[in-house]
Write a protein that binds this ligand. Structure first.
Ligand SMILES: [Mg+2]
Length: 259
């Protein structure tokens, strides 16, 4: 039985090219599942304040119980309604990244140099003076940049990155959508066999390989690597895009029955 949903947001619940961007049936299914005690986590690459922006922009009528942000942080709703750290995971996550970025200074300089050579549109993303990721102009340009990152990252133990379309965020390999979900499962006492996970892009792979969630799916618009991973984990590749595909998968797994 599914007790917890872990859904990516952009490209999985929201179709930025769709009209409407979110299938109304998703809203009614989420309401129905909520009324039966199923919990819902948005597990996204967005930073915390951009999650609330997204829920407002696409007029979600219900709010998630948890938000897992920046592909690694875990928040639950506090008594005052605001998002708060859930346990000490975020603290440990920030500490691990402080250590990682300190040890990666030479590698980060090499990456900056490579970006200059990669051509127009390849830009570092900064938080203060720290280079936390990068953006490219096209998927093809990002393919080339990721080949470089894949080669070079072994120079710094633990150094990894999460790719979502034309964006990359650097991270410690121990922190991902998958391990954040595992921590949420631990904190809520929900087992892997009771978790549904849905995603469409490379940064979703760590929660779709069957390790942290049994019921995994991707929508029709997912990238090929995600479809292969979902199939390999015995999951479901939907015939429909984004939220329509998520609803299709929830019906397929028997989370609700279509009238
Ligand atoms: Mg996505």
């Amino acid at each position: 039985m599914i007790r917890l949903l872990s859904t990516d947001f952009d490209g999985t619940l929201v179709d930025h090219y769709g009209n409407p961007p979110v299938d109304d049936e998703l809203f009614s299914v989420l309401r129905d599942l909520r009324s039966r005690g199923v919990l819902w986590a948005v597990n996204t690459g967005r930073d915390l304040h951009f999650v609330d922006d997204g829920l407002r922009e696409f007029v979600f009528p219900i709010e998630p119980d948890f938000v897992l942000t920046a592909e690694r942080e875990v928040f639950h709703r506090g008594a005052d309604g605001s998002w708060q750290d859930f346990g000490d995971w975020n603290r440990r996550c920030y500490d691990a990244h402080d250590v990682l970025f300190e040890s990666a200074s030479v590698l980060l300089d090499d990456i900056r140099l490579f970006l200059k050579q990669a051509g127009e549109g390849a830009e570092p993303i900064l938080e203060g003076s720290r280079m936390v990721g990068l953006a490219s102009k096209s998927e093809e340009q990002m393919d080339r940049i990721c080949e470089f990152l894949e080669r070079e990252r072994v120079k710094v133990p633990g150094f990894a990155y999460m790719r979502n379309t034309i964006w990359v965020r650097f991270c410690h390999e121990a922190y991902s959508k998958g391990t954040a979900l595992a921590e949420l499962a631990r904190l809520t006492g929900i087992s892997r066999d009771e978790i549904f996970a849905a995603g469409d892009h490379y940064n979703d792979l760590p929660m779709l390989d069957g390790v942290h969630a049994k019921w995994v799916m991707c929508p029709e618009n997912a990238v090929q690597a995600v479809k292969q991973t979902v199939i390999g984990a015995g999951g479901y590749v939907a015939k429909n895009r984004c939220s329509s595909g998520v609803v299709e998968a929830l019906a397929h797994f028997g989370a609700f029955s279509r009238a």
